[in-house]
Ligand binder design. Structure first.
Ligand code: PMP
Length: 354
């Protein structure tokens, strides 16, 4: 830390992203990226747009907003695009939390929520999940705070039904409820359809997982026009050009190539079912995931040792060094061939133990 670093941030512990290895080739199952390339249309449009990079991007993202509003069935003033969904989540902490609107989220969830709360000096509470890692819905009903819930949750993959989400939104009319649907396309129910009914609901989604554009950094939020205006105030106060030209073009391509998107989502769901069964056959406890990853633990080997041994065999998974999660690893669902290699490698690792 330099002697110039602001007092405000001296105690900030930043988010730790998953490893992004260079050089050695790994089967990369640690950051929930898609195993499939971006759609050909996304690649084509982004490449063509590169010739226009001398000009700033459209701060209103009009072409992308037009494509999205048609495909997602919302009007242009109900949607805001950002640099990954991380950015809109940060804006939501900035916009909708203060001392009278403290934040609340589960103790086990996306690690960035507490970082954003600390960064923006927002008071926050973490509510423990049930012992089986499910969210206790009653804890959020009428809680009277700004709620942040990932649905499906991460790193568990467990999803809440829409009726529970609606219950939480309806019972907190004076606070915004943010539903982070980064993983919703792999089999969970989206709350987007409720945004016209509840002015306190903001739903965020990303192109990083189901639309194979993690490296492009594109996310968005859907909510009533007044919520979107608030978030825009923060966007225009930080970086009006937060979505670059090539990303915007890629986003349009990914949205319009709906068939490819749906095909990849269904393939991931099938591979998830296969992987879950294979892991259970090997004696793993696997949580019921509706995301593009599974969270799995084995009684004969610690989560950390399995992570290390897999890494030694060229497979990266994500291990979290916290007490309640230490037995587990979060394993991204890759393509079928990658998952077969994973299972074969785990068989060898478990065989070597006995
Ligand atoms: N929400 C959750 C629950 C996530 O796991 C992630 C990905 N790490 C994000 C949001 C942010 O993703 P992105 O910024 O790539 O859209």
């Amino acid at each position: 830390m330099s002697r110039f670093f602001s007092e405000k941030y001296k105690k900030l512990t930043p988010y730790t992203p998953g490893e992004q290895p260079r050089g050695q080739q790994y089967i990369k199952l640690n950051t929930n990226e898609s195993p499939f390339p971006p759609s050909a249309e996304a690649q084509r449009l982004a490449a063509a747009e590169s010739a226009r990079l001398a000009l700033y991007s459209d701060p209103e993202c009009r072409d992308l907003v037009a494509a999205a509003s048609e495909i997602l069935g919302v009007s242009p003033d109900e949607i805001l695009f950002t640099n990954g969904s991380d950015e809109i989540l940060n804006f939501a902490f900035m916009a909708f939390c203060d001392k009278d609107h403290p934040a609340v989220f589960p103790d086990i969830t996306y690690g960035f929520y507490s970082v954003f709360a600390e960064l923006n000096r927002v008071p926050y509470t973490r509510i423990p999940l049930n012992p089986d890692f499910t969210i206790r819905v009653e804890d959020y009903v009428g809680v009277g705070k700004t709620v942040f819930l990932a649905n499906p949750n991460a790193p568990t993959g467990i999803a809440l039904p829409l009726s529970d989400i609606e219950n939480i939104v309806r019972s907190n009319p004076d606070h915004v409820v943010v539903i982070d649907e980064a993983y919703v396309d792999f089999g969970a129910q989206s709350a987007v359809g409720l945004t016209r009914k509840y002015e306190n609901l903001l739903v965020t989604q990303t192109f990083s997982k189901s639309r194979s554009l993690a490296g492009a950094r594109l996310g968005f939020g859907i909510g009533c026009p007044s919520l979107i205006r608030d978030l825009n105030t923060l966007k225009y106060s930080t970086n009006p050009y937060n979505v670059n030209r090539m990303t915007m073009a890629a986003g349009i391509g990914a949205l319009t190539d709906r068939e490819y998107f749906l095909k990849n989502c269904r393939a991931t769901e099938r591979t998830r079912a296969w992987t879950t069964e294979a892991l259970k056959t090997l004696g793993f406890t696997v949580l019921d995931s509706k995301a593009n990853f599974v969270f799995a633990a084995h009684s004969k080997i610690s989560g950390k040792l399995l992570y290390q041994k897999l890494k030694g065999s060229g497979i990266l998974v994500r291990h979290f060094d916290s007490e309640r999660l230490t037995d587990f690893n979060r394993i991204t669902i890759g393509n079928m061939e990658q998952m077969q290699t994973l299972i074969n490698t785990i068989k060898i690792i478990l065989g070597d133990l006995s």
